[in-house]
Design a protein around this ligand. Structure first.
Ligand SMILES: C[S@@+](CC[C@H](N)C(=O)[O-])C[C@H]1O[C@@H](n2cnc3c(N)ncnc32)[C@H](O)[C@@H]1O
Length: 397
């Protein structure tokens, strides 16, 4: 992760208010790091950078999505994304004789809106549309967007602060959520594993390596090497998501029966920890520029990590799920009937042109089509998902 290679000078400068906000966040990090010797393990830094109450990227008012923000996600690109997911949801809700939808991290609310509208068209509305959102700012934006829905749909939407206490049946959805979970960063030194920290004791925060303080890190890296069948090269740096396992375990306890659909960028383990990816696959987004420096603009930029889908699959099995399928986003959307949704539109309208442009972004291999993967999980449900009918690559996990 060569922070020195980043030309932040080329980036649009944050205005004075944004700079003050970022400095306030760094002060808060310093306060938290003080009893820890002035440094934070990378995952804790990432957690604060994204979710510190009132200051983090997701918990404060940054624009985030769309043209005026830092990145775009599939639901922002086309309503047909939500339309496809609705068709998948309808199949699962039908197999369960009804149930709920539970969306994690619902962004601007676009996916919830498109799903509910299409499910209404299919006469397959969920009993409740539950949204678990960590960001107060996004929760408000979602409420504004969903208030535009007909009252009968809006009435089904409920926001949660934590997973429901009583078990639910239905479909859990997480689009680009697991990539926003804080990760640990590690380096393979000659004989030991080192952990990355952010040193906040000097004037500018700096990345440093030191013996791990996170007890789970070393065994997790050893397990990666065991599965790869060879030690990682010396000086190899990467990251590992140690929070996805507990998240899946909690979801497994809440979801009595149904499915979970996780869509994100990532790779099977053998591809993730390739020798040439020797600085890992962390990505930051600031005003539509992707780069690899997590220390640039704390609180003003998104920090994300690709998923190790093999690790996610193993954790899901441990949490009581079966694997329903694994496919590229393009195969999954085709399996859900994207072409039929498009064929329903009138080609002689300006909206049609816009829709076809969106479809290209969702489907083309160099855009999102093959960089994003869909992982489907069944819980106490024996169902072949339509989304994996075109192609199922779970053998690669
Ligand atoms: C990149 S945004 C994606 C938003 C939206 N799903 C979309 O596709 O536009 C990541 C979202 O995940 C949320 N998030 C991260 N970890 C979460 C968790 N454990 N539970 C619920 N939401 C989470 C963040 O608050 C943020 O809203």
């Amino acid at each position: 992760m060569p922070s020195s290679s980043l030309q932040t000078a080329d980036f649009p400068a944050p205005d004075a208010a944004a700079q003050a906000h970022s400095l306030a966040l760094v002060d808060e990090m310093r306060r938290i790091a003080a009893p820890l010797g002035g440094r934070l393990p990378f995952d804790r830094f990432m957690e604060l950078a994204l979710y510190a109450p009132g200051l983090g990227y997701y918990t404060a008012g940054a624009r985030k999505f769309g043209a005026g923000g830092d990145f775009v996600t599939a639901p922002e690109i086309s309503p047909l994304f939500g339309g496809c997911l609705a068709r998948q949801a309808a199949q699962i809700l039908d197999a369960l004789n009804g149930g709920d939808l539970l969306e994690f991290g619902a962004g601007s609310g676009a996916l919830a809106r498109d799903l509910l509208l299409e499910l209404q068209r299919l006469d397959a509305l969920p009993e409740r549309y539950l949204i678990l959102e960590l960001s107060p700012d996004l929760r408000q934006r979602q409420a504004e967007r969903l208030n535009e829905l007909p009252a009968a749909l809006r009435a089904r939407v409920q926001w949660l602060d934590a997973l429901p206490q009583t078990p639910i049946r239905g479909l859990a959805l997480a689009n680009e959520v697991l990539d926003a979970m804080p990760v640990h960063r590690f380096r393979k030194a000659a004989d030991v594993i080192e952990e990355q920290f952010v040193d906040l004791s000097a004037e500018s925060p700096a990345l440093v390596w030191a013996p791990p303080v996170s007890p789970e890190l070393e065994p997790a890296v050893t397990a990666i090497e065991a599965e790869l069948g060879a030690p990682l090269p010396v000086d190899y740096e990467s990251e590992i998501n140690l929070r996805a396992g507990p998240w899946l375990s909690a979801l497994g306890q809440t979801l009595e029966a149904g499915g979970a659909l996780l869509i994100d960028y990532g790779y099977p383990r053998q591809e993730y920890y390739l020798p040439h990816r020797r600085h890992g696959a962390l990505m930051c987004h600031y005003r539509h520029r992707a780069h690899s420096d997590p220390l640039a603009f704390p609180g003003l930029q998104d920090i994300t990590a690709h998923l190790d889908f093999s690790a996610i699959t193993a954790a899901a099995r441990e949490a009581g799920f079966d694997i329903a399928g694994y496919a590229t986003q393009s195969s999954f959307l085709m399996g859900c009937g994207l072409d039929q949704l498009l064929a329903r539109q009138d080609p002689d309208t300006p909206e049609y042109l816009e829709l076809t442009q969106g479809v290209k972004q969702l489907m083309l291999p160099g855009a999102m089509g093959e960089r994003f993967q869909a992982l489907g999980l069944n819980k106490d449900l024996d169902l072949r998902w339509s989304g994996f009918s075109v192609r199922d690559l779970q053998g690669r996990l």
